[in-house]
Design a protein around this ligand. Structure first.
Ligand SMILES: [Zn+2]
Length: 494
């Protein structure tokens, strides 16, 4: 019998016989392992709507199973779920729940395991359109149904700040609502990863006159000065409140943001320092201080990668427990013609580029349409080897793959960060860049980007996983499609 279409993400192996049976009215749960105990009661209520009861045994696996893995045995008179951790049992029961939408109960065996340990999406309360609390709860439910296990929670001014109530958005969540999000996520095995920006993207703070003296580039209010005495205490105060709303047990990671802070060095405090030591040292020391502060509070810090990519000496200042979250929204194939040369760009090189040899008429036609579209919309032709410059090639040249400069290994900096001693999560775009036509998001590009990340991390074997971001100005319901794609690709690694 073929694989039931109800099971998503697609399991690793499904071996079903030709036979089926009617679904029982209910399952009598026989829980033989403590690891499954918290789930057993809830699933005692699971009902197929037919008649009678069938025993559902949850037991530790005889064979060593990797984390989050499970086996589901479906027999005519019994069902058995085997795993060695609560995540594995949760996935087994999610699969069983999905199967209940099939007309009959299939008979056979399912052995399943995720390719990537961490599979996440962006729960973004600060996007161009504001997600409300009920939508966020449904978002957690949907993520659970497709076996995601992490959500990056970005509040910005929608966090109910106590210390700075005037920074609160009128549509801020309440602490009670955040507590309910925590409960829902904990019950579903989803880690919420709270994010507090620490340099750029602090417009909601810096636009206020009483913080104007902390602006790095006055009168612009898009960047905090990293060298002002008040900056670190301010960020710690904001972060401490966000952290306190997410207990350590539920949120082992804390995201410090840190992206798009390229323009450090414009204020009178920073300029001489940056001229002497470079952006990397000033940025690295500042983020390193915050990362150690997060570690002291029992959590692992995460930072976006774009500034350390442009200024890799910054990595010298970060504790090795820091997780680098590597975003690349334009890699839609591996290898890819398109490169984001962040380091070279700071020295005058192109922002996003492909080699000039693709300009030969007809040559691009063999590439997938989605790749051609990315080249046309986001990338500029360049004599790549020359335009990247010696500094870039010395740092990253060996990571670009054998096809360089025409074709480049997707996410070329992944192994670089790992070789520097850091764990990496990679981030495709689930939605963003205003990439819509007639109001419809460019799902083709987002899904190809998500797939490329998942395949690349799977082949790499050491990446922690993928977490897709979402900057959306469309109704949040449209995020379900990239969310499901992230879940599918993250699970299968394909
Ligand atoms: Zn400054």
């Amino acid at each position: 019998m073929s694989r039931p279409s109800s099971i998503l993400p697609i399991p690793r192996t499904v071996a079903l016989t030709a036979g089926t049976r009617r679904w029982p009215k209910r399952f009598e749960v026989d829980c033989r392992t403590e690891a499954a105990r918290p789930l057993a009661d809830a699933f005692g209520k699971l009902s197929g709507g037919g008649e009678g009861a069938i025993r559902l045994t949850l037991r530790a696996s005889d064979s060593p199973l990797s984390a989050q893995s499970y086996t589901l045995l479906l027999e005519t008179d019994a069902v058995q779920g085997q795993a060695n951790d609560i995540a594995g049992f949760r996935h087994a029961l999610t699969t069983l729940e999905q199967l209940l939408s099939e007309p009959n109960m299939p008979i056979g065996r399912i052995d399943d395991a995720p390719a990537l340990k961490l599979r996440g999406f962006h729960l973004n309360f600060e996007s161009y359109r504001r997600m409300d609390f009920d939508t966020a709860l449904r978002f957690i439910e949907t993520a659970t149904r497709f076996k995601l296990n992490a959500l990056l929670v970005e509040y910005g001014p929608r966090f109910p700040l106590e210390a700075y109530p005037d920074l609160r958005d009128p549509a801020a969540l309440t602490l009670q609502q955040i507590a309910r999000l925590n409960e829902a996520a904990a019950a579903s095995g989803i880690q919420l990863i709270p994010l507090q920006q620490s340099l750029a993207h602090l417009e909601y703070v810096l636009r206020h006159e009483r913080f104007a003296h902390l602006r790095e580039r006055p009168p612009k209010f898009n960047l905090l000065c990293p060298m002002h005495d008040e900056s670190l205490p301010l960020i710690k105060s904001l972060a401490a409140e966000v952290m306190a709303a997410h207990s350590c047990g539920d949120s082992a990671f804390f995201h410090l943001g840190g992206d798009e802070a390229r323009k450090i060095g414009e204020c009178p405090r920073c300029r001489p320092l940056v001229e002497r030591e470079g952006v990397g040292a000033v940025y690295g020391r500042y983020m390193g201080h915050l990362a150690r502060w997060v570690l002291e509070r029992g959590r692992r810090p995460i930072i976006w990668d774009d500034v350390v990519c442009a200024h890799p000496d910054a990595l010298d200042h970060l504790p090795r427990e820091t997780i680098i979250q590597y975003w690349d929204y334009i890699a839609v194939a591996d290898p890819t013609p398109v490169l984001i040369p962040r380091m070279s760009h700071t020295q005058g090189g192109p922002r996003v580029a492909h080699d000039w040899s693709w300009s030969v008429p007809g040559r691009r036609k063999k590439l997938p349409t989605v790749v051609q579209d990315v080249m046309r919309n986001y990338s500029k032709p360049s004599r790549l080897r020359a335009s990247l410059g010696d500094d870039f090639l010395k740092q990253y040249g060996t990571y670009l793959g054998p096809g360089f400069p025409k074709l480049i290994r997707a996410l070329p900096y992944l192994e670089y960060y790992q070789d520097r001693g850091f764990d990496v999560i990679t981030s495709p775009t689930g939605m963003g860049n205003g990439d819509t036509e007639d109001g419809t998001p460019n799902f083709d590009r987002f899904e190809a980007n998500i797939r490329t990340h998942a395949q690349r991390c799977n082949r790499n074997g050491r990446a922690l996983g993928i977490l897709a971001t979402a900057w959306y100005d469309v109704p949040p319901e449209l995020l379900y499609q990239p969310l499901v794609r992230t879940a599918m690709c993250g699970w299968t690694g394909r």
